[in-house]
Design a protein around this ligand. Sequence first.
Ligand code: XIL
Length: 326
Amino acid sequence: HLKDHTLRTVFDFPVGAAVVKELLDDPVYAATLKRDFGRLSSEGNFKWGSLQPEEGKFTFEKADAIVKFAQENNMQVHGHTLLWAHDGNEPKWIKEYQGDKQDWERLMKKHITTVLKHFKGRVQSWDVVNEGIKQGGKYVNSIWYRKLGPDYILKAFKYAHEADPNVKLFLNDYGQEYGGKKVKLILDIVDQAREQGIPIHGIGFQLHTVLRMEPWKINDNLKIFADKRLLIHISEFDVSVRYQMPKIFPLSDALARAQGDKIKQIVRGYMENVPKKQQWGITTWGVSDKTSYFNKGYENADHDYPLLFDKNYKAKWAYRGFIEAG
Ligand code: XIL
């Protein structure tokens, strides 16, 4: 009896959603979260530009509002993200920052320490580095990489652990489901961290994926990380129908059902390939197709329909597929 169940009641792991602070004021959005989601992440409110928009000036209001909403509704919080290694995502002042290697390291340490201490006991897990590795198995040539070298990743984890030893620390990235050199480098980094006694507790698979994705590929790569005894968080889950040709407006019933089936297979694959104790959970990147980040800002481009709820917050087949996996 699906009617009696929600995403919060059928899984042993939390099902999360990435939220946007302003949207919490929308009663339908808030009600959907309360009913179905046991963990919140955030699309942008925990990023550097939001928490430290100017050097030394920390602004926690929006992130705190999200944490408060979570606490009031008995939800966990996943922090996203301490460092975003892709260039262009740091606030302008960082790009213009002048300093030697020590200054850069101090800057990084101060941000990580201040943020983790602020949220101590209220945020259970963090993405420490986001998108630091390229698909071809090289480090992204980000500002952190240029200023501090490849070690910046391990240093960031070290500082985070020192600031709050109880928080679970994740290396978050995209495309691990395709395997190859990226996966190999991530595993190497995990090994290096272990040799140095620095905890990388888990791996975040963003898994912004598409309808034509073959679940076995995801499963094989989940298993590689699971065998490494890492926690595994599917951290930004959505399944876009975008590359389905011809494009269909609005979403046809057939595609909507296919999306539901695909989601069911993916969630099952997670449950079957990751041992229970390592299942940190699955977080969808948003709540409804209305505000999915894929659609934002692109006129006539809403052909992704990537999430579990439609524009009116009605549960789609995608939702049904997800819950049926449980
Ligand atoms: C995106 C947010 O969804 C947008 O609102 C923001 O403008 C840009 O960032 N991978 C990530 C996320 O790790 O941080 C990105 O979030 C989406 C892709």
